[in-house]
Structure formats: structure tokens, C-alpha cells
Design a protein around this ligand. Structure first.
Ligand code: ADP
Ligand code: MG
Length: 232
């Protein structure tokens, strides 16, 4: 089954004699093509869950299956390879490289996954789809916040991931830019059948996803699928 399966997924941190249960035994399935919003207060485990899904963190216990591959037994090298192939990240600060232009930033993940001419073609196509064809040689400092965000989205998709993870991407932009981002995500979700997991504290944004998972103290407090997500 294409998709992501979390089985008792757990991340505990020890600080002295204290155990911090950042993620405390989460079990759920995310199907290919779902658009999931993860909500919850600060400290509820949202970033921990996202970083586990993106293979940036190793769980303390439990299992994580991505597209039928059990990831917890993979070597570091295999994890890195899977991350490069399967996962696209969009961080709150976008993490664009200031010395590189739009095209070069979008191509960055192709350093690890070389698709040659096809990768270049895909980068150009994505830059067009996010509406930045006329900014292709601009550096990040010459772009608005919303434009930088769209570069980050294009970059997250250049390796054709099956999963895109976004950690509070609308935290630093105005409401209109945030809505444009969500419209773009909805379109990519529909056109490419890419699974999206979006962490947000913005309930207007979250309400547009097709599923809402609410975390509290590292556990799933509620998990609701919305019958029909509103089309763009
Ligand atoms: P959220 O993203 O929902 O704000 P986090 O996943 O960042 O929450 O954190 C969940 C809990 O785990 C918090 O109590 C946080 O302080 C703790 N935590 C996160 N990362 C670490 C770490 N590296 N070491 C110790 N505690 C951590
Ligand atoms: Mg967080």
C-alpha cells in the first residue's frame, strides 16, 4: 500500500531523570494523496511527528512504514536515500540558499538524486507551476516572502516525492499569502496525488485539509476526515 503507516510511533527524550514524551505512541495510517493538517498547541509533538515522518529523527519505539518499506530497520545510508527520494520538506524559514538563484535552489535536491535532463525539465516546470517563471534568475533577497515560500514548495517537489511535509509554513506570511499557499498545495495534491502533511496552528488553513489530526501531549486527541475538501 502506498502511503504512510505509524505504529505506536514514539519519541522520548531523557533530561536528567525526567522523560519527555515528545511523541507518545501514535498509531495511524495516511493514505497516498491525503491532505492532512496536524494541529495542536505548542509543545504537543507536531514537529517531532513531522521530523519522524521525514526520517530526520529516529523513533525511540514503534514502527514507521513508508510506501511498504519498514524504515526503522534501515541503515543511516538507506534512510538518507529514502528521504531524498520520497520526502519533500518545507520549513518555516524556507531554508533557501542566499547565494543561489531560484532555479539553483529548486535544483538543490537533485544533487543527491540525479535525474539528469528530466530533473532539470521538472524544475523548470515546477517553477512555472508556482508562478515564478519570470523570476528564475532572482536570488532569494530579491523575492517577497510569498515568492520564497513558493520556491521552497517547488524545491520540495523536484525529486517527485510521495510525501511533502510542511512545518508551520504560514507562520511568517500574511493571510492572503497563506491562502495562496494553501491553494497551491491543494492543486499539487490533486494533480500529482502527492500526500501532504501540514503542521499549522492556523485553523482557517487547517480547515481546508481533507483530514485533521489534533495532537496533545504527544498523543492523538482527535482524527477527523472531512467528507469533501473544498476544491480550489
Ligand atoms: P510542537 O512542534 O508541537 O511545538 P515539539 O514536537 O517541538 O512540539 O516538542 C514536543 C515536546 O518535546 C516539547 O515538550 C519539547 O520541549 C520536547 N522536545 C522536542 N525536541 C526535544 C529535544 N531535542 N530534546 C528534549 N526535548 C525535546
Ligand atoms: Mg513545532
Amino acid at each position: 500500500m502506498a502511503g504512510v503507516r505509524l505504529l505506536n510511533l514514539t519519541k522520548h527524550y531523557k533530561r536528567g531523570s525526567e522523560v519527555i514524551k515528545a511523541l507518545d505512541g501514535v498509531t495511524l495510517d495516511i493514505d497516498r494523496g491525503e491532505f492532512v493538517a496536524v494541529i495542536g498547541r505548542s509543545g504537543s509533538g507536531k514537529t517531532t511527528m513531522l521530523d519522524l515522518l521525514g526520517l530526520l529523527l529516529k523513533p525511540t519505539a514503534g514502527n514507521l512504514v513508508i510506501d511498504d518499506v519498514e524504515t526503522t530497520t534501515l541503515s543511516d545510508r538507506e534512510r538518507a536515500h529514502m528521504r531524498g527520494r520520497k520526502v519533500g520538506f518545507v520549513f518555516q524559514e524556507y531554508n533557501l540558499l542566499s547565494g543561489l538563484n531560484v532555479y539553483e535552489n529548486v535544483m538543490l535536491p537533485q544533487r543527491y538524486v540525479k535525474d539528469g535532463a528530466e530533473g532539470k525539465q521538472r524544475a523548470l516546470e515546477l517553477i512555472d507551476r508556482v508562478g515564478l517563471s519570470d523570476r528564475i534568475k532572482h536570488k532569494p533577497s530579491e523575492l517577497s516572502g510569498g515568492q520564497m515560500q513558493r520556491v521552497a514548495i517547488a524545491r520540495s517537489m523536484v525529486n517527485k516525492p510521495s510525501l511533502i511535509l510542511l512545518d508551520e509554513p504560514t507562520g511568517a506570511v500574511d493571510t492572503e499569502t497563506a491562502q495562496q499557499l494553501v491553494d497551491l498545495l491543494k492543486r499539487l495534491n490533486r494533480e500529482d496525488q502527492v500526500t501532504i502533511v501540514l503542521v499549522t496552528h492556523d485553523l482557517d488553513i487547517a480547515s481546508q485539509a481533507s483530514r485533521h489530526i489534533r495532537l496533545k501531549d504527544g498523543r492523538v486527541l482527535s482524527d477527523e476526515r472531512v467528507a469533501e475538501a473544498v476544491p480550489v
